[in-house]
Write a new protein. Structure first.
Length: 150
């Protein structure tokens, strides 16, 4: 069946294995938007963004970087139209508007950098806590092995 063979009136094409949507909704939603919505839902439930990416990667059977890329692809295009407007000539007003927009994007980029640093710091803190909690048990196991070698 996976080879595209026909059984009754149903058949599969090899390219259809990449379809990502598991249920049909009344509105068409891109994969990026679906990933964004699911990620934000998980974050709202207290899951870190990194863990949300990992969970969705497992759900979709895709690499974490693919899910992360979909998330940020949606956030970068959300409400922004197609990016920079096309003009025949630049007026002083246009130049000022472009400069303001660039500075506003810079502020948003700083906010994203801070959020990413917070995520990394939270992950590092969790790792440090786990290492501290397991240190005594690991040391004890090594000490026991050392004693057995004497």
């Amino acid at each position: 069946m996976a080879d595209g063979s026909v059984e009754g009136d149903a058949f599969l094409l090899p390219g259809l294995a990449a379809i990502h949507h598991k249920e049909v909704t009344s509105m068409a939603v891109s994969k990026a938007e679906e990933v964004y919505n699911k990620t934000e839902k998980l974050i709202g439930e207290g899951v870190s963004k990194a863990d949300a990416f990992k969970k969705l990667a497992a759900e979709y059977g895709q690499p974490v970087n693919s899910i992360r890329g979909s998330y940020y692809a949606f956030t970068s295009g959300k409400g922004n139209g197609k990016g920079r407007p096309r003009r025949r000539e630049t007026t002083p007003e246009d130049a000022l508007a472009d400069a303001r927009a660039a500075l506003e994007r810079s502020i948003q980029a700083i906010d994203r950098e801070v959020e990413a640093a917070d995520d990394r710091a939270s992950e590092a803190a969790a790792e440090a806590k786990a290492l501290k909690e397991s240190a005594d048990a690991r040391k004890q196991a090594i000490t026991e092995r050392l004693e057995a070698l004497k």
